[in-house]
Design a protein around this ligand. Structure first.
Ligand SMILES: Cc1cc2nc3c(=O)[nH]c(=O)nc-3n(C[C@H](O)[C@H](O)[C@H](O)COP(=O)(O)OP(=O)(O)OC[C@H]3O[C@@H](n4cnc5c(N)ncnc54)[C@H](O)[C@@H]3O)c2cc1C
Length: 368
């Protein structure tokens, strides 16, 4: 890499940009990753709950993508531990989705049936069976569905590990200033302007989460990626009251290995506003206590909000219309942590060989 020229410039150092940089570096490409923040992983990729939901959707090809990504996690966790000494805390804890009435039961059992048809494991449990697995669950639940393949990861540690792993393999980082503009030569982008300096590359990747739309507007490609705010409440309880991720009443509860418990998350379309509100926290706490009354005795630790990159047909993965050297990787919405390993792999394969191991056509960025 010359001082101002990289093989690939990745714009955005969230989990998606870092996964792409790591996968490129593993294939011998020297990427330069730039982020407006002074560190990687300070936005949605820090704020996320880290749930890896095998049953994220039933509409193909999305479940195939989710499943392929989840399958990469055990090996990636070991690889990152060996290369960086960081434990990303990948734990296959499973999800227990609880229901409180017949309507909720019908919805969840229907979902379980559809998941079984697609080869996922699910188990419909009576309330008694659910209480055996998780004794602190409310006595008002009428049953639950167990999704044993679901897992969790400590996403901030994962971003750090991906960045550290990429750096060890030769990736460079330029942090603390945004990419503000592109330099174009006919149909190609040749450079990106950061803090008044032009950085040149053969290929560019826009992995700027919910800010990707502004960068694409610079290239006259009007693809919208909206911020979808999510608020989380963190509490602590010892001994840990749950073994599984619990899902119900529109929220999830994630028991972390360190005894802390995440209650999340709201979905709010309020622009680039990251304030954590009393109302948002109340929604999470009320639902959490209804699911597990013992949570009233937990210690309040912290609350925060982050901005998921939302687009109707996300994620969007592939070359931007009209450009053969600008790749978009954004719009992962609620599942960016889950989808980071497969996104990193597919984008790196697209750039290095033109032959991604799963078809990217369904995720092709298009002007809507
Ligand atoms: C509350 C909450 C809970 C969630 N829970 C889960 C979950 O349990 N499981 C799951 O799979 N997903 C979850 N998600 C979603 C997941 O966090 C996101 O899909 C994922 O983090 C998106 O990653 P990203 O790298 O695309 O975006 P970000 O993490 O937002 O990264 C984008 C990066 O681009 C940088 N950037 C922006 N503009 C520029 C510019 N012009 N120049 C340079 N840099 C720029 C930003 O500084 C940022 O670092 C959750 C999200 C939230 C908010």
């Amino acid at each position: 890499m010359n001082r101002n020229h990289a093989d690939v410039i990745v714009i955005g150092g969230g989990i998606i940009g870092c996964a792409i940089a790591y996968n490129l570096a593993k294939r011998g490409v020297k990427p330069l990753l730039i982020d407006k923040a002074p560190a990687v992983g300070t936005e949605a990729s820090w704020a996320g709950a880290g749930i890896l939901i095998s049953h994220a959707s039933t509409h193909e090809p999305y479940p195939t993508l989710c499943r392929a990504s989840l399958a990469l996690y055990p090996t990636l966790a070991e690889e990152l531990r060996a290369e960086t000494q960081i434990d990303i805390e990948f734990i296959q804890s499973g999800t227990l989705s609880v229901f409180f009435n017949e309507t909720e039961a019908a919805g969840l059992i229907g979902l379980a049936d559809r998941r079984v048809k697609r080869g996922f494991s699910t188990e419909v449990l009576t309330a008694e069976q659910a209480w055996q697995l998780e004794p602190t669950l409310s006595k008002s639940i009428v049953g639950a569905v167990l999704f044993p393949e679901d897992a969790q990861v400590r996403n901030p540690k994962m971003v750090t590990a991906l960045a550290k792993g990429a750096a060890k393999l030769g990736a460079k980082f330029q942090l603390g200033n945004p990419a503000t503009n592109f330099i174009r030569e006919s149909e190609r982008v040749i450079g990106v302007v950061v803090n008044g300096e032009t950085l040149y590359a053969d290929t560019f990747v826009i992995a700027a989460g919910c800010w990707a739309g502004a960068l694409m507007a610079q290239l006259d490609v009007p693809i919208q990626i909206e911020p979808a705010k999510g608020q989380i409440v963190l509490v602590e309880a010892m001994p840990p009251p749950f073994q599984h991720i619990i899902d119900g009443l529109g929220i999830y509860i994630v028991p972390r290995a360190d005894g802390k418990i995440l209650l999340g998350a709201t979905v709010e379309y309020v622009g680039y506003d990251k304030t954590a509100t009393v109302d948002g926290a109340k929604q999470m706490i009320d639902a959490g206590i209804a699911i597990a009354p013992q949570l009233t005795r937990s210690t309040f630790v912290q609350t925060w909000a982050g901005l998921r990159p939302y687009t109707k047909k996300g994620p969007l993965l592939g070359y931007l219309p009209g450009y053969d050297n600008v790749v978009l990787a954004s719009g992962h919405f609620k599942n960016g942590i889950l989808l980071a390993p497969i996104t990193g792999q597919l984008v790196a394969e697209l750039i290095t060989s033109g032959q991604p191991s799963l078809p990217l056509e369904p995720f092709q960025p298009a002007v809507m």
